[in-house]
Ligand binder design. Structure first.
Ligand SMILES: Nc1ncnc2c1ncn2[C@@H]1O[C@H](COP(=O)(O)OP(=O)(O)O)[C@@H](O)[C@H]1O
Ligand SMILES: [Mg+2]
Length: 234
């Protein structure tokens, strides 16, 4: 569904990604794991067109997206749950959700999509009139995921959904990821919480200082000495 080949990107003179290649098949959940500063957020920004790629190729369902602006990329069915959630704190939950449905195609199905998000996350329905900024971190993450689902995406990109949350809430966020998968969405998630994320995805890529160092099935990575020693601390 999504394919990156030799993608490089950066900021000004600084290069953050060096020839990264990865693919995500329809129906799969794939993680990009790696430490802080590895380039995980940059990778998702390139996929959603927020920053341009400097080398390499990017395609979605066979359609090249190398120099396609962000708003066109959303139309191909990619939705991005950004780092730190980026909700509008002084808008209500429902107003935030509405913002996710701004594409003409999604707008006409707004009521239907809202019902779907509320059925997936009944908590959001209860809190529909609450200001997003007054909710707990876990609820805000749920709202950010709901907002991304409002565009009716095929592929959901998630940037460290567990970051900054208390351990019990982290567990709930990974349960959400599981539920989204079971709804048939294809998911590409970046995480520093390696042990937890490997339990909810099929495959993962390890990114270190802008380069993909290894990749494999989650179970194999969880068992790998390299991953365990460097990242799980066992
Ligand atoms: N807007 C930016 N301007 C300059 N450098 C940036 C910017 N965003 C990220 N970087 C740098 O790019 C590298 C990768 O960052 P990032 O993709 O955010 O990593 P991660 O998400 O894995 O923590 C880091 O060295 C970071 O300092
Ligand atoms: Mg990041």
């Amino acid at each position: 569904m999504l394919k990156l080949e030799g993608v490089s990107a950066g900021y000004g003179d600084f290069q953050a990604l060096f020839g990264a290649s990865l693919d995500v098949q329809a129906g799969e959940a794939v993680a990009v794991i790696g430490p802080n500063g590895a380039g995980k957020t940059t990778l998702l920004r390139v996929i959603s067109g927020i920053i341009p790629l400097r080398e390499g190729h990017l395609s979605m369902e066979g359609r090249p997206l190398d120099r396609v602006p962000a708003h066109r990329i959303i139309e191909t069915g990619i939705a991005h749950v950004p780092e730190n959630r980026r909700l509008f704190p002084r808008l209500t939950v429902e107003e935030n959700l509405k913002i996710g449905a701004y594409l003409p195609a999604a707008r006409s199905r707004f009521a239907e999509r809202l019902d779907f998000v509320y059925s997936l996350f009944p908590r959001m329905k209860e809190r529909r009139n609450q200001l997003a900024g007054t909710m707990s971190g876990g609820e805000q993450q749920m709202c950010a995921i709901g907002r991304a689902l409002m565009s009716g995406p095929k592929l959901l990109l998630m940037d460290e959904p567990s970051a900054g949350l208390a351990p019990v809430i982290v567990q709930q966020v990974f349960d959400l990821v599981r539920r989204i998968r079971s709804e048939g969405y294809t998911v590409l998630i970046v995480e520093q919480n390696i042990q937890q994320v490997l339990k909810v995805v099929d495959r993962a890529y390890l990114l270190e200082v802008g380069r993909i160092k290894l990749s494999g099935k989650s179970a194999d990575l969880l068992a790998s000495d390299e991953i365990r020693r460097a990242y799980i601390g066992l």
